[in-house]
Design a protein around this ligand. Structure first.
Ligand code: PLP
Length: 360
């Protein structure tokens, strides 16, 4: 089968992967204790620190993002956590925390809205005796296309919740929307690679602060596979605790090189902002934005069209374009356009021209 060199795939992850990257995945396998792997790992670590804008630790996990959400909770929470929610993926933090037996409080902004920093401040002031071990924030809520203001929320959490660690899901933002871990004071920031980073699914990346590592050291039962301290020990030696998906490491190294020194991060973020604008402009005739426009995501747009969602998606499919469906409680009323990763603007515009025909 030929490799697709134009993007016809507009779901909010997994996203289209450039043929050059797919070729990296086909390189001969090397051992993860070899000097070649260490060299590869060393370069990846340095570039991940730039991508996360952090001087603290960065790790690569052979697991999808959900695994690292669980890892963040297992390493950082002993008893109680506050989960901020505004859609299906922020609610996933809640489900995982409950499944681990923690006491979980929830601050819900409602689907389609962003979490309001004042609401968070008020909640934390009201629950000042709750002693949260951590507060979770979802940077970009993929089910609704809403980007939360992590800087403002983290600031409130630091001021009002003392030593609560700040755990951030940047699964559908990292690589498409600026993420500034150190400046925002985030303790764990995690992302799958199959979204705005533009790699095939299978690994995840994370930044972990010294405070999070110190907290993990106080928890004797952190499990084995996702033990942050084991990751830290091995990362200091340019390696990982267990056998990783080595093809992904080649692909990640090549993609970081491209993102940081090929396209460049600022240009990449600007392309994503432009994709959001073009998507809004070319769909406003037949659909309304399903979420708060003031917090509209640069990587995914959820639209409530006047025509039935399924008609639009199936007509587009006939023309070779795959669009994302609505998610969870919005399944029947919305569809989603993923505009993230390495997608060229021209490919998005071709798809939007076909969408204009279908909705005429
Ligand atoms: N968080 C967000 C915001 C997501 O969009 C997703 C997946 O779409 C996840 C978490 C789960 O990631 P994964 O499917 O890599 O486990």
């Amino acid at each position: 089968m030929a490799m697709a060199d134009t993007c016809k795939y507009f779901v909010p992850g997994p996203t289209w992967v450039r043929p050059e990257i797919l070729q990296q995945m086909a390189r001969p396998v090397i051992g993860h204790r070899s000097s070649e792997f260490r060299e590869l790992f060393h370069g990846i670590s340095a570039d991940l620190k730039t991508l996360f804008a952090t001087t603290q630790s960065t790790f690569v996990f052979t697991a999808s993002g959900t695994g690292v959400m669980q890892a963040a909770l297992e390493n950082c929470v002993a008893r109680r956590v506050l989960v901020t929610t505004c859609g299906a993926f922020s609610e996933r933090w809640y489900a995982i925390a409950e499944s681990l037996g923690y006491e979980v409080d929830r601050l819900d902004a409602g689907w389609g809205k962003a979490v309001d920093p004042d609401m968070l401040a008020e909640h934390l002031a009201r629950h000042h005796r709750a002693h949260y071990d951590a507060v979770t924030i979802t940077h970009n809520e993929t089910s609704t296309g809403v980007t939360n203001d992590v800087a403002a929320l983290a600031e409130v959490a630091r001021q009002e919740a003392g030593d609560a660690l700040i755990l951030v899901d940047a699964v559908s933002s990292l690589g498409g929307i600026p993420v500034e871990v150190d400046r925002w004071g985030v303790d764990v920031c995690l992302a799958s690679v199959q979204k705005a980073i533009g790699l095939p699914p299978g690994i995840s990346v994370a930044s972990v602060s010294d405070a999070a590592l110190t907290r993990a050291a106080k928890h004797p039962y952190r499990g084995t596979y996702f033990d942050f301290l084991a990751y830290k020990k091995q990362a200091d030696d340019d390696s990982v605790p267990s056998t990783p998906s080595i093809p992904h490491f080649y692909a990640l190294a090549a993609q970081l090189e491209y993102m940081l020194r090929g396209e460049g991060l600022e240009t990449r973020f600007e392309r994503h902002r432009r994709m959001r604008e073009v998507t809004h402009a070319r769909t406003s005739r037949f659909a309304r934005l399903a979420s708060d426009p003031a917090h509209a995501s640069a990587t995914v747009t959820a639209l409530a069209p006047v025509m039935p969602v399924e008609t639009i998606r199936s007509e587009m499919k006939k023309r070779g374009f795959t669009l994302g469906g609505g998610y969870g409680q919005w399944k029947d009323s919305t569809f989603r356009i993923g505009h993230m990763g390495d997608m060229p603007l021209a490919d998005l515009e071709s798809m939007l021209a076909a969408l204009a025909e279908v909705t005429r």
